[in-house]
Design a protein around this ligand. Structure first.
Ligand code: ATP
Ligand code: MG
Length: 205
């Protein structure tokens, strides 16, 4: 019998640090779209963030591993971290498509905020030809009110663009970094091992 084509979720991010918003979104996408596996891909050098303001990739990688350890469907990939230069999502998607072959269904998972910037991304026209897009609702970003160019982008391959309602989580890495800096608690915003890792390595102070 022919094996079922794999359904692979890809959750890219800076993950500085990874938090429950990311985890809830990935798990929601996995369940709704029946994904076999979700890969977390910490970015190497994000195109839109200068290196000075982003923690070392190895720290971000370690925290993502710690956060995903207990979910057998979650995996962390070093693909972007180990690649030289700036990481563009399109290049990552092309590599994954070549790796998994044309049979596999790829699902790129993002928060709603990323969709608002999508038309600025490199070769954004190609995205929906390679992968499905799952946009998770995120407080403050109304997917019903997309700018015209973005709506056109969606409409071109509407069957491959999906909106996922996750329990609204107003958590962001920015907020967590700020809290650490200000001596506030981050308990219950990130998994406990991630909090320990942040404290032990004196991150975000
Ligand atoms: P920062 O504040 O540093 O930008 P972030 O919280 O937005 O961090 P990223 O690493 O930039 O986290 O995001 C990775 C992916 O996860 C993006 O697609 C982003 O939209 C999504 N995401 C982040 N936080 C949430 C959340 N609370 N709910 C749903 N999606 C989220
Ligand atoms: Mg972000």
């Amino acid at each position: 019998m022919k094996e079922k084509a794999p359904r692979i979720g890809i959750m890219g991010g800076t993950f500085d640090p990874v938090h429950y918003g990311h985890l809830v979104t990935a798990e929601g996408a996995r369940c709704v779209y029946k994904l076999d596996q979700v890969f977390f891909l910490p970015t190497g050098r994000p195109p839109h963030k200068s290196m000075k303001e982003v923690s070392d990739a190895e720290h971000r990688y370690m925290m993502t591993v710690l956060a995903t350890l207990t979910n057998p469907h979650f995996e962390v990939s070093r693909l972007d971290i180990d690649r030289e230069g700036v990481s563009y999502t399109i290049d990552t998607l092309r590599i994954l498509r070549d790796f998994y072959g044309p049979e596999a269904e790829l699902f790129f998972i993002t928060g709603a905020d990323a969709i608002f910037e999508i038309t600025d991304w490199k070769d954004s026209d190609e995205y929906l030809t390679i992968a499905h897009f799952i946009a998770a609702a995120r407080p403050g970003f109304a997917l019903e009110e997309l700018p015209k160019a973005t709506q056109d982008w969606v409409d071109k391959h509407a069957d491959r663009f999906h909106v996922l309602n996750v329990p609204a989580m107003a958590i962001s890495s920015t907020e967590i970094r700020q809290r650490v800096k200000n001596g506030m608690s981050i308990r219950y915003l990130v998994p406990e091992p991630v909090e320990h890792y942040i404290r032990r390595n004196k991150l975000y102070l």
